[in-house]
Design a binder for this molecule. Structure first.
Ligand code: ADP
Ligand code: ZN
Length: 730
């Protein structure tokens, strides 16, 4: 089917990536252009990227309309992607140009195919080894047989390009000419997969039946950790690839991709395209182009991979679909899980949402019959789910500033004696959450935020977890100037590491926290070596809860199971339930069975009881009933409004005006609450105020919100962000 075509000189409307919430009129360039074509157009003195969005509106002064410069050498944006972009913009109340930027996040998209110089490891040793040279060679060794451009290599090694050039002269690094964008190697869906267990095979059959049925559909694939969800959805991927359709697998965490890529390679004989923040710009451009030409069959990536220009997208898998990192929390506020369902419904693809602990949203959609649901109830092979118990901390004898109870200590000892691994889980980065002056009681806070600074001994600094500002730990109290009285209060993983070293002096202890590794690559390799037994005790934040396999691990001790239950977040119970079940799921994945012990001061709390009882359906039903009662998501609609400014009066004035002038909201029966200072009332020097809008489920909330917010002009320092279906309320 030929796309609509505009001959040279015809009036066209172009959506650009510039912050203007409308299309601009141009004349079609030499040779004409088709609907959806990527074009370069003049805007003032500049040249900007745009997409042909339709015929020109003609409401500009015709004599002033300028011609587009040229059509880029890229497949035009398909109708499906244009529709998705518009609907996603409407849903998230995002200006279309910002959505278009999400769809074009790679450099040099329009450059013609060309050659470039690339660098890989050579055979010779350099005559003289320097630190800089050694770093270059190490980077090249690290990436295996792959190659980098001069700029990428120099940056990764932290050297000047001349260091690389010097190594080329000596034959230690090879310089080659290579076409810029090459197709990805063919993935062979015909290779044999693993022999599936009965329930796995039944699940794979159901997913394949979805493909035969054709059209859009979403399946919730719920399976306990280790049940083989990945094996099951890889079978579905195989089927789609065999039909010549493209597939996308979204993962919540870059650190998880390494293991997954290895599994894909084992299954299909080659590695798929990768798309996430750790991918170089050159590689991004290649992925973008190859996906658009249908020469990348499978993409594995982070949430923004949803916005690539697929030609025949058939399947989107959202692994660990409950994970909060699918919600983008700055810039365009969108939830990749929901956007995956939206895009699939537009392009007639199927979605698989995989999780051991689904979000209540997905659970409710399955209950309501909107999603199909597949359950894998047992672990694959001989391994069984870990048993779970609470340690009642009220009965434990524990000195101040110690967090491992005698009971937990005995259990860890028993594992160490058997040569098994134990994990201590604490969802707090750093050494201690609070630094207090024992002379005057002052707590050290951030200068720019209403937040306490967190001590990171590893970095030898205090860090603000809101704005990332750091400062050295002072000798004297900044308030009373008394020296030597500053004390750490409360536990963080680093401090827990110290305690563990005292309690278990012979054990090899590894502390895993995202801030302790300089690169995703370093973290990945550390996790791999720990999985193979390089540590006896693993101490970690929620990073370790996410999907990693530790086959030797048989005990998980949760230091503070009550931590997530504090606070007023409507999802506190759900999140605690998910996190605890996920962490516990790390234990006992091989032959030996595992155990999870939860230290709690309130073991009778309904959420803790539900976690221990493992009666997941009962938990979800109770949680659903409560939310339905309160009219909150997923049984009601919500939007957060965050106003901020350097001037506190200005934010409150706007907040109050918005609360008063709520007619557009009242017309659809929506209610506005606030303004109230946000829980963190100042971040990066900006004062923050929140309003919350609630409405019934069936209400078309976005148009009302747009009309309401449109009444106000943001002058000076004021900023407004509207967060549809907010996940965090800080
Ligand atoms: P999940 O994604 O549900 O946590 P995985 O797919 O990662 O589970 O499977 C857990 C482990 O069991 C993996 O090491 C996987 O290779 C193995 N496994 C699962 N199903 C099979 C199978 N049918 N044959 C062989 N190994 C399997
Ligand atoms: Zn700060």
């Amino acid at each position: 089917m030929a796309a609509e075509f505009y001959p040279e000189g015809a009036l066209i409307a172009v959506l650009t990536t510039q912050p203007l919430d409308r299309t601009l009129d141009y004349r079609a360039p030499e040779g004409g252009c088709s609907l959806g074509a990527y074009v370069e157009v003049p805007l003032g003195p500049r040249k900007v990227l745009g997409v042909v969005w339709g015929p020109g509106s003609g409401d500009f002064d015709i004599s002033k309309v300028r011609p587009a410069f040229r059509v880029l050498e890229a497949a035009p944006m398909r109708d499906e992607l244009r529709t998705f972009l518009e609907k996603a913009a409407d849903y998230t109340l995002t200006p279309r140009p910002a959505m278009l930027r999400l769809c074009t996040r790679a450099p040099g998209l329009g450059d013609p195919p060309s050659m470039r110089k690339i660098y890989r490891l050579g055979e010779a040793e350099p005559e003289r080894m320097t630190d800089a040279r050694a770093r270059v060679l190490e980077v090249l060794r690290d990436i295996g047989g792959l190659s980098l451009t001069l700029g990428e290599l120099a940056e990764a090694a932290g050297v000047t390009p001349s260091v690389v050039k010097g190594l080329v002269k000596q034959g230690a690094v090879r310089e080659e000419e290579s076409p810029r964008d090459t197709a990805f190697p063919h993935l062979d869906p015909g290779l044999a997969g693993k022999a599936l267990a009965h329930d796995q095979a039944a699940g794979a059959d159901r997913l394949r039946a979805g493909l035969r049925a054709g059209g859009y559909g979403t399946t919730l694939l719920r399976g306990v950790t280790g049940s083989g969800k990945t094996e099951v959805y890889l079978e579905a991927v195989a089927e789609y690839l065999a039909q010549g359709r493209q597939a996308l697998v979204l993962l919540p965490e870059i650190a998880l991709t390494a293991e997954f890529l290895t599994r894909v390679e084992a299954r299909f004989g080659a590695r798929p395209a990768e798309w996430h923040s750790g991918v170089t710009m050159t590689e991004r451009r290649r992925v973008w182009r190859m996906v658009g030409e249908g020469r990348a069959q499978l993409v594995v990536g982070a949430r923004s991979a949803l916005f690539l220009p697929y030609q025949r997208l058939g399947l989107i898998v959202v692994d660990e679909e409950h994970d909060t990192s699918y919600k983008q929390e700055d810039g365009v506020l969108y939830n990749a899980r929901d956007m995956a369902v939206l895009r699939a419904s537009i392009c007639g693809a199927r979605v698989v949402l995989a999780s051991a602990t689904p979000s209540l949203e997905s659970w409710a959609n399955a209950e309501a019959g909107k999603y199909d649901r597949i359950d894998l109830t047992s672990r694959f092979g001989a391994s069984v789910m870990p048993t779970m118990r609470a340690i009642d901390m009220r009965a434990e004898d524990l000195p101040a500033s110690r967090w491992v109870s005698p009971t937990l200590r005995r259990e860890v000892m028993a594992r160490l004696e058997r040569g098994e691994q134990a994990m201590l889980f604490l969802n707090r980065r750093g050494y201690a959450p609070v630094t207090i002056c024992r002379a005057c009681g002052h707590q050290i806070g951030c200068d720019h935020c209403d937040a306490r600074m967190v001590e990171h001994r590893f970095l030898k600094r205090l860090v603000c977890h809101q704005c990332s500002e750091t400062k050295p730990l002072p000798e004297a109290c900044p308030a009373c100037e008394v020296e030597g009285k500053l004390a750490a209060v409360g536990p963080g993983v680093e401090r827990l590491g110290e305690e563990a070293a005292e309690l278990f002096p012979d054990a090899r202890i590894a502390v895993l926290s995202s801030d302790m590794y300089t690169s995703a690559r370093a973290l990945k390799s550390e996790i791999e070596s720990i999985a193979q037994g390089a540590a006896d005790i693993i101490i970690g934040t929620q990073l370790v809860a996410k999907g990693h396999n530790f086959p030797l691990l048989t005990l998980v001790g949760v230091i503070d199971a009550d931590l997530g239950l504090q606070g007023s977040d409507l999802r506190a119970a759900e999140r605690t339930f998910q996190l605890m079940r996920q962490v516990a799921g790390r234990a006992g994945r091989a032959e030996t069975s595992g155990e999870a012990l939860l230290q709690s001061y309130q073991p009778e709390h309904p959420v803790i009881r539900a976690i221990l009882g493992g009666e997941e359906e009962a938990f979800w039903r109770a949680e659903a009933a409560e939310r339905r009662q309160a009219g909150v998501p997923p049984y009601g609609r919500m939007a957060g409004v965050i106003l901020s400014s350097t001037d506190v009066q200005e934010v409150f004035d706007l907040g109050n005006a918005m609360a008063r002038q709520d007619a557009p909201l009242r017309r659809v029966g929506a209610q506005v609450f606030g303004p109230a200072p946000a829980p963190i009332a100042r971040v990066r020097g900006r004062h923050r105020v929140r309003l919350l809008v609630k409405a019934d489920k069936g209400v078309a909330l976005q148009p009302a919100l747009a009309e309401w917010a449109g009444q106000f002009r943001l002058r000076g320092q004021l900023r407004m962000a509207i967060d549809i279906d907010p996940q965090s309320f800080y």
